[in-house]
Design a protein around this ligand. Structure first.
Ligand code: BG6
Length: 481
């Protein structure tokens, strides 16, 4: 438990992100006792709302299943709401921020007059177009004079290298890098956080994690629903900007980077940047893009949209470890299942005496969601009198192995990291820049209509061309994939 005083200000307090992710994450941390007693939460937004009206909007999103059994679930919510104050104000006018600062300062002084440092965390649950105007005013009126101020922002950070650079410069002129926390919520997922441990703490993996043994790597994101009400936002960005350039690239970094000097956040992020710098320009023949058939039925999507809702992009890393190994990044909406996983496929064992190649290759799979699991696909002898081989799995499913443990939500973990000042799981400015460098030329070609957009059926595996691409780069489909 932290001592001292903590103020959390959620800008965009009545929006979707705040309701669905930010407030529930703060509530869970509060409930589990991770936050100081002297905690003040401020919701800031444009609408005219009373404290009670904001609480009502949030209530349905706060889950009480993990509450201390000695207290009723409602107690926890009631106590939490006692700490949540609403402040109305515009994002682009000084007045609201002056009022906000007065309120925050008043609470801080009321409770923390013993000289302990105060902490202010601003969570910008706002569209990024508003980040500069809001940040300017936070900087002008709301900086903490008696301790730290930190600011959380989330993608989309621009639409390409140029616009992202512009946003980075605007924010960089207002806050130092150690005040800015760029969330990529995939870095808060349990299995993503396990990647470095798996790779660098296990002798099983250390010597074989390279081009001599690995045939391909796939990082896959699938959703079994379409854009559903988010078409207006999504259509401006498309699946590459929404998922691949950030979430999947972050996962790729952890799969492919060299061992960091230590677990110091700067050492880790130095290695991530290095591996990103080794990625080669993307060729059109390494890309398949698609759009599901009902996408344009969404009233918020323009009827002539050719925005991709599916993409498969092969990235090639030109370094000692990975030269020649395709990294297939695949993401799609309205597919046959909801799943995010990493599939590392190994080369065939040399000199096959079992004639078993058709069984499929060894694979190491990390399923990030749903039902977190890690498993290895192996060839084994089929039990019985005959000498036949079959493919089986060494399976570590989290819900079986860790029955009593509730896996924390990504946002919960990342908020706590911010409060603790640990930037390991946040994206550094130079990392963001290289990720944009990789994808910007391809995105510009797609935006100019230079790549054919394949059509695919809702609930399917995506365009057939994506499976053809996988086969072309040497991925062998195994059972269950
Ligand atoms: C968001 C994307 O960043 O991630 C959404 O904007 C997507 O389009 C979501 O649905 C997926 O997150 P998760 O944690 O459910 O895989």
């Amino acid at each position: 438990v932290l001592g001292g005083c903590l103020s959390v200000v959620v800008l965009g307090a009545s929006g979707d992100l705040a309701k669905k992710k930010t407030f529930p994450a703060i509530f869970n941390l509060y409930k589990q006792g991770f936050l100081p007693d002297e905690l003040h939460i401020f919701g800031y937004a444009r609408s005219k709302l009373s404290n009670e009206e904001l609480h009502e909007k949030l209530r349905g999103y706060l889950k009480t299943d993990r509450t201390d059994p000695s207290k009723g679930p409602e107690d926890a919510i009631k106590q939490f709401f006692n700490k949540v104050t609403y402040i109305q104000g515009a994002y682009d006018e000084d007045e609201g921020y002056v009022k906000l600062n007065e309120e925050v300062s008043r609470h801080e002084h009321e409770r923390s007059d013993d000289g302990t440092p105060t902490r202010r965390l601003f969570y910008l649950a706002l569209p990024p177009t508003v980040y500069p105007v809001a940040s300017k005013r936070i900087q002008k009126h709301c900086m903490n004079q008696r301790g730290w101020t930190r600011v959380i922002v989330e993608k989309p950070f621009g639409k390409d290298l140029e616009s992202s650079d512009e946003l980075s410069s605007e924010l960089g002129a207002l806050f130092t890098e150690d005040q800015l926390y760029r969330i990529d919520h995939y870095l808060g997922k349990e299995l993503v956080q396990n990647l470095l441990v798996m790779r660098f703490a296990n002798r099983f993996f250390v010597p074989i994690w390279n081009r001599d043994n690995i045939a391909s790597v796939q990082i896959v994101f699938k959703e079994d629903f379409g854009t559903e009400g988010r078409g207006g936002y999504f259509d401006q960005y498309g699946i590459i900007r929404d998922i691949i350039q950030n979430h999947l690239v972050q996962v790729l970094c952890l799969v492919a980077m060299e061992k960091p000097v230590s677990l110091d956040p700067e050492h880790i992020r130095d290695e991530k940047v290095k591996v990103l710098q080794c990625i080669q320009p993307i060729k059109d023949e390494d890309v398949v893009i698609g759009q599901y058939e009902g996408y344009k039925d969404d009233p918020t999507v323009p009827k002539d949209s050719f925005t991709p809702t599916f993409a498969s992009v092969v990235l090639r890393i030109n370094n000692e470890r990975w030269d020649g190994v395709p990294f297939i990044m695949k993401a799609g909406k309205a597919l046959d299942s909801r799943k995010a996983e990493i599939r590392v496929q190994f080369k065939d064992a040399p000199g096959d005496i079992f004639k078993c190649k058709k069984q499929g290759r060894n694979e190491f799979v990390m399923r990030l969601q749903p039902k977190e699991a890690m498993y290895m696909k192996l060839t084994v002898k089929e039990p019985g009198l005959d000498m036949k081989t079959t493919q089986s799995e060494l399976d570590m499913s989290y819900h079986q192995r860790y029955q009593d443990i509730v896996i924390p939500e990504a946002y919960e973990r990342l908020l706590l990291d911010t409060i603790r000042g640990d930037q390991q799981h946040f994206v550094r400015r130079d990392e963001l820049r290289v990720a944009w460098e990789i994808f910007t030329p391809l995105l510009h070609r797609i935006d100019a209509g230079k790549l054919k957009v394949m059509s695919y059926k809702e609930g399917s595996r995506g365009p057939d061309e994506a499976d053809d691409l996988n086969a072309r780069v040497g991925y062998q489909r195994t059972a269950g994939y």
